[in-house]
Write a protein that binds this ligand. Structure first.
Ligand SMILES: CC(=O)SCCNC(=O)CCNC(=O)[C@H](O)C(C)(C)COP(=O)(O)OP(=O)(O)OC[C@H]1O[C@@H](n2cnc3c(N)ncnc32)[C@H](O)[C@@H]1OP(=O)(O)O
Ligand SMILES: O=CC(=O)O
Ligand SMILES: [Mg+2]
Length: 565
């Protein structure tokens, strides 16, 4: 092992209440003693090393995204790249799946909040994907407390006392295997400046977690391999290549074998579906599969085609996995992964348990089971659960339909999916647009942003799980409908979406939200600020890349101003 644990980077005496930082690093987030155990000088130097090594490549990759979007805006369609045909047609394999994660039939996901981390690890799922991304509002408190929680979890010492319920939470003897999902490339971490610039969010998430946990993880969880990651929102294999280099650098720093770190890439942008082989190829020594991130994928479809008037989507509720473009994406992902010897993971059904209505609860559970049955029959090796209450039912579907094998990598090759074409993957979803759809988008979008601004990144709304990805669909769908003044054809009244109509809808829905949540919560909450952000984004002349990039400025709190969180 090189460079870890020792104070190899030197230190200056730490005054109380000040982080001890290496040269060029400036922590602008609130000081906290517990946070200081994560933000150590050595750990920060590791993050700074990553930042310095990769910042230009990351900037270039993001610039390439902008260029590609300009081409789509000018009418081009995403498609397979003729230049990398040899990669798609070549006969190569990814490194063998580590035995310890061969069986991933049910994976629970959730933010890195302390009680949820314990509940998720104890949930009976095979894997827990601890999330710094779609389900986490990246406040300073959430992020660094999340790192503390993960460190305690990997150490096996995590506990939580719920005083109100007189309940203590601890880890069971058997727990899920931990995967960690850092943020996407686009998000800065504005509480940590490196050489005068905000750090790259995902390098902070990855770097701090890896630095503090790789050794214990490998001993306690990974049977000598790991740590394990999920990688979100990539659009091109050049981005996967950067991650591969980050992993190699981390392995070298830690003195662990190359290929120890393993990651599952979410295919959740439309351009990435044409890059699946290429992404696996770049990460072939570090890959443990791909996952259908269906919600961001729908968001990305709308975003990619923001300039295409002929590709306006129907109501959000109608864009499910039964749509041809979604089924094709899942089928091609399975075929691609199994051909390369790695897991093809399914995605998230948005339904969650409904406590106060048994009938509605049964109906929701039925929808989840149907979705999972489709996934396992199609050849997925496992899938996601949003809530512990869904795990027994999902597990039963996967166990029943996969006999006693840990995965279907060998048994479900799906060769026929090789015939899927660009047209299949891009086919416009069928369905209609309604006033109810516009209203629901608006009501959900505002409430989600309000929750996010107060530090909560996943919420139950109208009996569904809502997170950054699902809220993005609501936002860009409203934007698209407004931009093209579409007809709400499902209502048959000839009504078109205009700024004036949208203004009225926002007013009505704010009144409805106030009624639903109660005047007190409405006043205390950040609904008005959320409404401003959401409305501005839906009506912006140019589509903003991400809802959370705009809203992020509102949750950055620099010290010594003090924290309002
Ligand atoms: C598009 C994507 O990226 S999907 C992946 C990202 N999204 C997610 O991970 C969503 C994760 N899920 C959640 O955040 C929550 O389940 C929600 C917000 C959807 C619903 O939350 P709630 O309504 O508060 O759940 P509910 O009150 O039913 O919780 C009951 C218990 O289950 C626990 N629980 C609920 N969801 C989870 C979870 N995902 N992981 C761990 N524990 C959980 C709660 O902590 C609570 O524990 P307790 O009984 O010990 O107090
Ligand atoms: O991250 C998952 C998604 O569906 O988006
Ligand atoms: Mg996502």
């Amino acid at each position: 092992m090189t460079g870890l644990g020792s104070n190899s980077y030197g230190s200056k005496k730490m005054g109380s209440g000040v982080y001890d930082v290496p040269d060029g690093v400036d922590i602008r987030g609130r000081y906290d003693e517990e946070f200081a155990s994560i933000l150590t000088k050595d750990a920060l130097l590791f993050v700074a090393d990553l930042q310095r090594e990769f910042r230009n490549r990351i900037k270039y990759a993001l610039e390439c995204r902008r260029e590609a979007q300009q081409k789509y805006n000018a009418g081009a369609l995403p498609g397979f790249d003729p230049v990398t045909r040899n990669v798609r047609e070549g006969d190569w394999m990814c490194a063998a799946v580590p035995l310890v994660v061969a069986n991933r039939k049910v994976e629970i996901t959730g933010p890195v909040e302390r009680k949820m981390v314990i509940n998720a690890l104890n949930s009976g799922a095979k894997v827990f994907m601890a999330d710094f991304e779609d389900s986490l509002a990246p406040t300073w408190e959430n992020l660094i407390r999340g790192q503390v929680n993960l460190k305690d979890a990997v150490d096996g010492t995590i506990s939580f006392q719920d005083k109100a319920r007189n309940r203590v939470y601890k880890l069971n003897d058997q727990t899920a295997k931990l995967f960690v999902r850092p943020r996407g490339w686009h998000l800065p971490e504005a509480h940590i400046f490196i050489d005068g610039e905000p750090a790259t969010g995902c390098l902070v998430d990855f770097g701090l977690y890896f630095y503090h946990n790789f050794a214990n993880f490998r001993r306690a969880q990974g049977a000598g391999s790991g740590p394990f990651f999920y990688l979100p929102k990539m659009q091109h294999s050049r981005e996967a290549k950067i991650w591969n280099c980050v992993f190699e650098r981390a392995e070298k720093m830690a003195g662990i074998e190359r290929g120890s770190i393993r990651a599952t890439v979410l295919i959740e942008t439309l351009p990435a579906v044409f890059q699946m082989d290429e992404i696996l190829y770049e990460l072939r020594d570090h890959s443990v599969g791909l996952n259908c991130g269906r919600w961001d994928y729908i968001f990305s479809y709308i975003k990619t085609f923001q300039g295409h008037k002929d590709r306006v989507l129907p109501d959000r509720v109608q864009v499910g996995m039964a749509q041809h473009f979604m089924r094709s994406y899942s089928d091609l992902l399975i075929r691609t992964c199994h051909r390369r010897g790695v897991h093809a993971m399914g995605g998230m059904a948005a339904q969650i348990p409904i406590r106060d209505n048994p009938e509605a609860n049964d109906a929701a559970l039925d929808l989840v089971k149907k979705d999972k049955l489709r996934e396992v029959r199609a050849g997925h090796d496992g899938t996601w659960a949003a809530h512990p209450g869904l795990i027994p039912a999902i597990n039963e579907v996967f166990e029943k339909n996969m006999a006693n094998i840990p995965n279907q990598i060998q048994s479900m090759k799906r060769e026929e999916a090789a015939n899927l074409t660009e047209e299949d993957l891009l086919q416009i979803p069928r369905g209609v647009r309604t006033m109810d759809g516009l209203r629901l988008n608006t009501r959900v979008g505002i409430q989600y942003v309000a929750a996010w601004l107060t530090g909560t990144g996943s919420v139950p709304l109208y009996n569904l799980m809502e997170d950054a990805a699902t809220a993005e669909i609501s936002r860009v769908q409203n934007w698209q409908w407004l931009k093209y003044g579409v007809e709400l054809d499902g209502d048959g009244l000839g009504v078109h979406v205009t700024l004036e109509l949208f203004g009225r809808v926002v007013e009505d829905e704010m009144a409805r939200i106030k009624k639903e949540v109660g005047a007190q919560k409405f006043k205390r909450g950040m609904y008005k600020e959320a409404c401003k952000i959401f409305t501005r984004q839906c009506t912006a002349p140019t589509l903003d890349d991400f809802l959370t990039l705009d809203a992020y400025n509102q949750i950055v709190v620099h010290h010594p101003k003090g924290s309002r969180l």
